[in-house]
Write a protein that binds this ligand. Structure first.
Ligand code: DX5
Ligand code: ZN
Length: 232
């Protein structure tokens, strides 16, 4: 059984020392680096674009997991892949031609994810599941780090895991993003999450990045041994 992957979100890192923050997360055993792109339209905040993805690419070999919180994401997919993104996740809410967008991501040579906000039902993904590599369950309303985990998200993770299993898509990653820390991680892991995004719990908490990552991993792994998913 493979362990849960941890994807530190650089949104809570010190941008003046971004390279070093990413290197420290890599040395501490992070599997992916999560990059939150925000456009001030789909979400009420602006973060960064492809230049920061390219800067991250220069300092790490880790998978760059780019979460596009932008309207019309299909306009920018090539720019992010050229910048070095390995995985692109787009929101269901802004993509009326979602299956085409997912195809475009694959044609660019990247892995494709689809994200849903807290108010978007799991069932809205029924017809896209056969095409995706990852489902991202937002456990806060996207836009800011440091918000509280919305408890209902756990049931949504379980529902999506069930939908994936019944379609024969068990290899699809289920990622959870928002308010993940050593307290909230166990429940989503037990529900079937395989990738945990954490920003403030890793870069914004009081301990070192290495200690924070280790506590999150210990909590996640304990939940799996606890009788979580069983296999996988
Ligand atoms: C929120 C972003 C998250 C954010 C998570 O809109 O998608 O990736 O960085 O931050 P925490 O872990 O602090 O909730
Ligand atoms: Zn994110």
């Amino acid at each position: 059984m493979t362990g849960v992957k941890i994807a530190p979100s650089i949104l809570s890192a010190d941008f003046a020392r971004l390279g070093e923050e990413i290197r420290v997360a890599e040395a501490a055993g992070a599997e992916w680096i999560h990059l939150d792109v925000m456009d001030g339209q789909f979400v009420p905040n602006i973060s960064f674009g492809p230049m920061v993805v390219a800067a991250a690419r220069r300092v790490t070999q880790l998978t760059l997991d780019v979460h596009l919180m932008i309207d019309g994401p299909e306009r920018y997919l090539d720019r992010f892949v050229e910048a070095g993104a390995d995985r692109l996740t787009v929101h269901q809410e802004v993509s009326p031609h979602l299956q085409r967008t997912v195809d475009q991501i694959h044609a660019l040579g990247a892995r494709a994810g689809v994200a849903i906000n807290p108010a978007t039902p799991a069932e809205s993904l029924t017809d896209i599941l056969p095409f995706v590599d990852l489902v991202l369950v937002m456990s806060v309303n996207p836009g800011f780090g440091g918000q509280s985990f919305i408890a209902r998200s756990t049931a949504k993770v379980a529902r999506i895991r069930e939908m994936l299993a019944s379609g024969g898509f068990d290899a699809v990653e289920v990622q959870v993003d928002g308010g993940i820390d050593a307290t909230t991680a166990p429940q989503v892991v037990r529900a079937g999450a395989t990738v945990l995004v954490a920003g403030s719990a890793i870069f914004g908490a009081t301990g070192s990045v290495a200690d924070n990552l280790a506590s999150l991993r210990a909590a996640a792994n304990a939940a799996r041994l606890d009788g979580g998913m069983g296999s996988g």
